[in-house]
Design a protein around this ligand. Structure first.
Ligand SMILES: [Zn+2]
Ligand SMILES: [Zn+2]
Length: 106
């Protein structure tokens, strides 16, 4: 699970949907009281931004004609974690040719 936290427009459909699903999984993890320490240490999560990030990704999904049916469940929000956006842009362009094309166009 990871939050990319980059401009949603540069994410390919697969990575857009992937991050969206993983936000729901992070909420599930929090609601089961499972620790996110490892994710925080590795810069994969910003708990305090899950809700706003979810809104941002759903907006982009709708723009692309994708469905969004299940609302994000409520969860305990707390200040935790920091994601490095510019590092993630490099990471995405390295591991995904579709994201790479979008990054170049942006
Ligand atoms: Zn959702
Ligand atoms: Zn991608």
């Amino acid at each position: 699970m990871r939050m990319w936290m980059v401009d949603p427009r540069i994410l390919c459909n697969r990575h857009l949907l992937g991050e969206h699903v993983e936000l729901h999984m992070f909420v599930g993890t929090i609601n089961h009281n499972i620790s996110l320490t490892g994710y925080g240490r590795n810069g994969l999560v910003e708990v305090h931004n899950i809700k706003s990030r979810h809104e941002e990704l759903v907006k982009e999904m709708k723009m692309r004609g994708m469905n969004h049916k299940s609302p994000l469940p409520s969860f305990r929000e707390f200040q935790f974690g920091k994601v490095n956006k510019s590092k993630n842009i490099k990471e995405l362009s390295k591991r995904c040719k579709d994201c790479k094309i979008r990054i170049k166009k942006a």
